[in-house]
Design a protein around this ligand. Structure first.
Ligand code: DGP
Length: 114
């Protein structure tokens, strides 16, 4: 989508990717909430988690989680612990309308989330 900031980052028009393959792109969050805070996004524009479909997107969703593991290992947060978060819709705190998975680590996390 032409006016979507995460589409522009995924297509390398702006910003810096730390990982990409044919399906996904990953980059550091501009407003990090932990020492490691990476966003993993599908290259195709999907507005939110609620919009994924079983037939089209189930491989993509599993792939994103596998890539989260890969990046967690690369960033040396895998063994201590990390969190993968998707905020879907307004009350969950979604502020960018392109599906993204937050990968957070490098500090002790609390529960429940705010
Ligand atoms: P959420 O609230 O779940 O929609 O998370 C959106 C995240 O995206 C938030 O942590 C800040 C980050 N973000 C917003 N705009 C940009 C941007 O232009 N570049 C990068 N790298 N991150 C952004």
């Amino acid at each position: 989508m032409s006016d979507c900031i995460f589409c522009k980052i995924a297509q390398k028009e702006i910003g810096t990717l730390i990982y990409e393959d044919e399906l996904v792109a990953a980059f550091d969050d501009a407003n990090p909430q932990a020492p490691v805070h990476v966003l993993i996004v599908p290259k195709k524009h999907i507005e939110k988690l609620l919009d994924v479909t079983q037939d089209e997107d189930k491989f993509l969703l599993g792939h994103i989680l596998v890539i989260a593991n890969t990046i967690a290992r690369e960033r040396s947060i895998a063994e201590a612990g990390y969190r993968v978060v998707v905020n879907c819709n307004r009350e969950a705190g979604q502020s960018v309308w392109h599906l993204h998975f937050h990968l957070l680590g490098g500090r002790k996390m609390s529960w429940p989330p705010g």
